[in-house]
Design a protein around this ligand. Structure first.
Ligand code: SF4
Length: 222
């Protein structure tokens, strides 16, 4: 978190086992599916180390696909066994670092909708029904290029904005046939966050983007 994580390269495998940080029920707090009851599968490790990263994703444990599915199914159900969450968000870290194709397919086969949150620098084929939300990152030499095979599959883009960090004060050109969200960067400073919110709201109105807020932080949930 806050860029202190180890940079972890992509790993190979058949996807039958994945390194998982946490599987938990929540409300999706940002992006196109905001407000929807969901189960998050937070995979361990990232190939980047952004200085503002607000997520703890180190120290995962290896889980079998069947075990992940069992956890998701249980957490998606109410006390009577009725499914009350049909959205599964696969996030990280960087989820495409691991072979997630089989997990996506298994979740879809079990009747879930699947959304992936990615930085766009690694891609693996996943079922066409998966929604991919791509939030490109800027390491100082410009935005890291989104892979063409990823770009073709992206359902929406999301860009962080900051008034203090000049790497995050613009939205680079991306596909025009998918929604583009702008989201104020959380800098853990009330004054900076207020400025970032005003900046993102202005940018949304001037450029026709959609404003994304981190609702889960307002609610104090994970
Ligand atoms: S790409 Fe995302 S998960 Fe990875 S370090 Fe940056 S903000 Fe954190």
């Amino acid at each position: 978190m806050f860029g202190q994580n180890l940079i972890r390269p992509p790993v190979q495998g058949d996807g039958s086992r994945l390194e998982v940080k946490h599987v938990f029920p929540t409300l999706q707090g940002e992006g196109p599916f905001v407000g929807q009851p969901s189960v998050f599968v937070r995979l361990a490790g990232c190939n980047l180390a952004c200085h503002f990263c607000d997520t703890e994703f180190e120290d995962g444990r290896e889980m079998a696909l069947a075990e992940i599915l069992e956890d998701v199914t249980r957490l998606a159900s109410d006390a009577n066994g009725m499914r009350v969450r049909d959205l599964v968000v696969i996030t990280g870290g960087e989820p495409f670092r691991q072979p997630i194709g089989p997990l996506c397919s298994a979740l879809l086969d079990a009747g879930f909708r699947v959304q992936i949150e990615t930085n766009g620098t690694i891609f693996r084929p996943v079922d066409d029904r998966v929604h991919i939300i791509c939030s490109p990152k800027n390491t100082g030499q410009g935005y890291m290029p989104v892979r063409p095979d990823m770009d073709a599959r992206v359902s929406a883009y999301k860009f962080l904005l900051s008034t203090r960090d000049d790497r995050y004060q613009q939205v680079p050109p991306v596909r025009t046939d998918v929604p583009v969200y702008v989201q104020p960067m959380d800098e853990y400073d009330a004054e900076a966050n207020a400025a970032n919110l005003a900046f993102a709201a202005r940018m949304a109105q001037e450029r026709g983007f959609r404003l994304s807020l981190q609702m889960h932080k307002m609610l104090g949930i994970e």
